[in-house]
Ligand binder design. Structure first.
Ligand code: FDA
Length: 309
């Protein structure tokens, strides 16, 4: 792992820094590069604009590791309101949730109940995505996902290509016909559980993407979405799809709001399916630090906003 990435990921977990970051306007200005605003209305406004430009949209309220059941219930109430608003607009927008925001640290049972309340409020056939968090949560996240899939068969799960275990996890989910959003992975993890370097992670990502695309074509999984900003990797996925005669509209690439917008447009122009994940909320500090860690060059936004240039 690069030194800058390691330092930024360590800082993402620092409570002292989290509590102080929002006081600095230059940091808040930098965060705006990755999120349209802190409120649900800001996010819905951005979703409308993106949909008008043929992007799919996924909303996520920032927050993780809630400390009590009442807080988890508030998160559920918030997402129920989000679903109500999305359905009222008959928008294609989906939501993506973190299980630690629904109470996973308190108890898996409570978390599953909360998750089921959201899934029950979603229109059948639409997808609610479950984020994948740091490795200590992977096993329980998969278990909860398996528990809900029979009743809610279009629920989606995020899987991380940087983990050695992910290929086996995909195989074990296959009989349940999952929907998978494949990412590289965003957390600081022990080297033993990770693939050895970026080249190995990228190669694993492409191999898993090819496997998922073939499975989707056979109807063995419901849906595959490839969440990455990596342009060469996206090109390789698209080339594979074309070589396999998979229609462009059956290949879905997802990116984060504000990143690689040119690449998003190129995909839309080519008839590929392109989605944008829009994060909003006040609890942006750890999430923002992970975005800086992914591309330490993003630190320049902070510097520019600090100097006002
Ligand atoms: P990589 O990090 O190799 O970057 C490739 C190129 O993309 C870079 O060279 C740069 O040009 C561009 N790029 C990447 N990140 C950038 C950034 N922050 N700013 C500017 N340019 C950037 N992770 C996780 O562990 N659990 C999850 O549930 C999710 N969910 C999720 C949903 C969606 C829709 C996306 C797009 C991503 C996630 N992630 C995630 C994050 C994911 O694991 C990963 O950290 C980032 O996507 C960055 O990795 P890339 O695949 O983009 O490649």
């Amino acid at each position: 792992m690069g030194v800058a990435r390691a330092v930024l990921l360590a800082a993402s977990q620092n409570r002292w820094m989290r509590e102080r970051a929002a006081r600095f306007s230059f940091i808040r200005r930098s965060v705006r590069r990755f999120m349209p605003g802190e409120t649900l209305d800001d996010a819905l406004g951005a979703a409308r604009e993106l949909q008008a430009r043929n992007r799919g949209t996924v909303l996520t309220q920032l927050g993780e590791n809630v400390a009590d059941a009442a807080e988890a219930r508030q998160v559920v109430a918030h997402y129920l309101e989000v679903l109500r608003k999305i359905h009222a607009e008959s928008a294609g927008t989906e939501i993506s949730v973190k299980l630690t925001q629904l109470g996973l640290d308190l108890s898996p049972q409570l978390c599953e109940e909360n998750l089921r309340r959201l899934l029950a409020a979603e229109i059948p056939g639409r997808t609610i995505w479950i984020d994948m968090e740091a490795s200590p949560y992977v096993e329980t996240t998969l278990e909860l996902y398996r528990n809900v899939l029979a009743a809610f068969p279009t629920t989606g799960i995020c899987l991380q290509a940087y983990l050695r275990r992910t290929q086996a996890d995909i195989e074990s989910l296959m009989p349940l016909k999952p929907s998978v959003r494949l990412v590289k992975g965003a957390y600081a993890e022990a080297p033993e559980i990770l693939l050895k370097d970026k080249a190995a992670i990228d190669a694993n990502y492409l191999a898993l993407a090819q496997h998922l695309l073939r499975a989707q074509r056979k109807g063995a999984i419901v849906r595959a979405a490839f969440a990455t900003h990596d342009a060469p990797l996206i090109r390789a996925i698209c080339e594979f799809a074309q070589a396999e005669s998979i229609a462009n509209g059956d290949v879905e690439i997802q990116m984060l709001y504000g990143i690689q917008t040119g690449e998003q447009q190129r995909l839309v122009n080519g008839g590929w399916r392109c989605g944008v994940l829009i994060a909003y909320g006040t609890y942006w500090y750890p999430w923002f630090m992970r975005r800086l860690a992914e591309r330490p060059a993003n630190l320049w936004f902070l510097v520019k906003n600090l100097t006002g240039s």
